[in-house]
Design a protein around this ligand. Structure first.
Ligand code: MN
Length: 401
């Protein structure tokens, strides 16, 4: 690959805030430390993220939804703790209060801010820096010279399940949609690729009626598996019909087949659509041994997928996403960062790493496939999925609009 500028979105504050997401507590630090301990940080230009304004969040999210974030911030700052309050109230007043509490819970439920997305008091600050980091990256991409398309990496972004007015699947704010809306000011054909093991539902929903953003998600699709959308037949709506593609696979897919079908489809999409910028969500839950995943894919296969796109030489944003085996997530994103920088890494985790013990018992960078995992995908099934997507590209005359 020719020499390209690689920028890494980073600030201490971003890492500190990203660490607060209850589903991935401490993961941002773990990843950043591994990248740093391998010396990769010195090979990239640091892009300092800027907090986005609360009003910018409503470029995608509803103001009612954003208002909920403010409410958590307010309630924390102005109300004494429930216990102290209850001690000061008579028993009837406590009952009334409890009723009010239930009411509040139903509001939380309405906006998805409970269950897998519990809110916390400083959630608004979290939202503004998580969205701000991806927006900062996209603003940098639209400013780069067409002759020097940059690669920007933001491992704290990639929250593809957040909807316009609902949190879901550990995602509170859809930084991807907000970032792509910035890219749209300058680019007219953006290809969004979602490698996370879950369907990229929030991003697809945001752009399924437009031809200006093509979304392609590959994900595990089985009865009862989150979020339950992303059938192979879903290919966009109204004016955007044909400009959405979904590749659903079953449990146990290996890296070899994943890469084979990824290459086949993405090559076709590239030929028809001829994108002028790309956004790749690299959710590490698509890697073998993820507790919420279920694939048998190694980092090598996903790195090959990313390189397929990078060789197009387009402005490209690389994002994180899911990844619930934290040491493996950190291993994968470090390996991918190194590959982009064309740097070979020693397989031994540097002993200087503050979280060295988290990489035991092997203390190595590699992640091996699981020899005993059953692959429920047949070639016939995967081929049928690929054929359906290819037929849709023809049927809806997908082209470089
Ligand atoms: Mn995921």
């Amino acid at each position: 690959m020719s020499k390209r500028t690689v920028r890494y979105v980073y600030s201490e504050y971003l890492i500190r805030e990203a660490d607060k997401n209850p589903a991935v507590k401490g993961r941002a630090t773990l990843t950043h430390q591994l990248i740093t301990s391998y010396g990769l940080i010195n090979l990239m230009e640091i892009l300092t993220p800027i907090n986005c304004k609360v009003s910018e969040l409503t470029n995608f999210h509803s103001s009612d939804y954003v208002e909920q974030f403010k409410r958590f911030e307010r309630s924390h700052n102005t109300q004494p703790s429930k216990q102290i309050r209850n001690e000061a109230l008579s028993s009837t007043q406590v009952e009334e209060e409890e009723e009010e509490e239930v009411c509040e819970e139903s509001i939380e439920e309405e906006y998805g801010l409970g269950y897998d997305c519990p809110a916390w008091s400083c959630i608004l600050s979290y939202a503004c820096i998580i969205a701000g980091a991806t927006i900062t990256a996209c603003e940098a991409l639209i400013k780069c010279k067409p002759t020097e398309p940059e690669i920007i990496i933001n491992w704290c972004g990639g929250w593809h399940h957040a909807h316009r007015d609902k949190a879901g699947g550990h995602c509170y704010i859809n930084d991807i949609v907000l970032g792509i809306l910035v890219l749209r000011q300058h680019f007219s054909r953006i290809l969004y690729i979602d490698l996370d093991v879950h369907h990229g539902d929030g991003v697809q929903e945001a752009f399924e009626t437009t031809k200006h953003v093509f979304t392609f998600s590959l994900h595990k699709y089985e009865c009862g598996y989150y979020p339950g959308t992303g059938n192979v037949s879903d290919c966009g709506l109204a004016g955007g019909r044909g400009y959405t593609a979904n590749f659903p696979y079953k449990d146990g897919i290996d890296g070899f087949s994943f890469y084979k079908y990824f290459k086949r489809i993405v090559t076709r999409i590239g030929e028809c659509y001829n994108p002028d910028a790309c956004v790749i969500q690299c959710g590490a839950d698509a890697i073998v041994s993820d507790p919420l995943g279920g694939t048998n894919i190694t980092p090598h296969a996903l790195i090959c997928c990313v390189f397929m796109i990078l060789k197009w030489n387009l402005p490209t944003l690389i994002l994180g996403g899911g990844g619930y085996n934290f040491p493996n997530t950190s291993r994968f994103w470090t390996q991918l960062t190194a590959a982009i920088l064309n740097k070979k890494l020693c397989n031994d985790i540097p002993a200087t790493n503050d979280n060295f013990l988290k990489y035991g018992p092997g203390y190595s960078l590699n992640i091996n496939s699981d020899k005993f995992k059953k692959n429920w995908n047949t070639e016939e099934y995967l081929d049928r999925c690929a054929k359906t997507i290819e037929d849709n590209l023809i049927k809806y005359e997908v082209c470089a609009i």
